[in-house]
Design a protein around this ligand. Structure first.
Ligand code: FES
Length: 75
């Protein structure tokens, strides 16, 4: 099973034994460890992975899942 958790004011934490990350040209990124973290703030110098820059720039994420709100993913 794969899970993606939004870290408060931080990256996406991706957990799963067989998760692979590809670029737009189907080239696979090496994932050194699990779980791993994908940048959500846009400021990482190691995209698509988080390098901790979100803390330095004071990234504040607005979104959160609200139980029973009927939030649905964008299509
Ligand atoms: S979320 Fe960590 S550097 Fe962007």
């Amino acid at each position: 099973m794969t899970t993606i958790k939004l870290i408060k004011n931080g990256p996406y934490m991706v957990e799963g034994d067989d998760v692979k990350v590809f670029d737009w040209d189907s080239q696979q990124y090496a994932v050194a460890k699990h779980p791993f973290y994908l940048c959500r703030c846009g400021a990482s110098t190691n995209k698509p992975f988080c390098d901790g820059t979100h803390s330095k720039i004071g990234f504040k994420a607005a979104e959160a899942a609200v139980s029973g709100s009927g939030d649905k993913p964008a299509r």
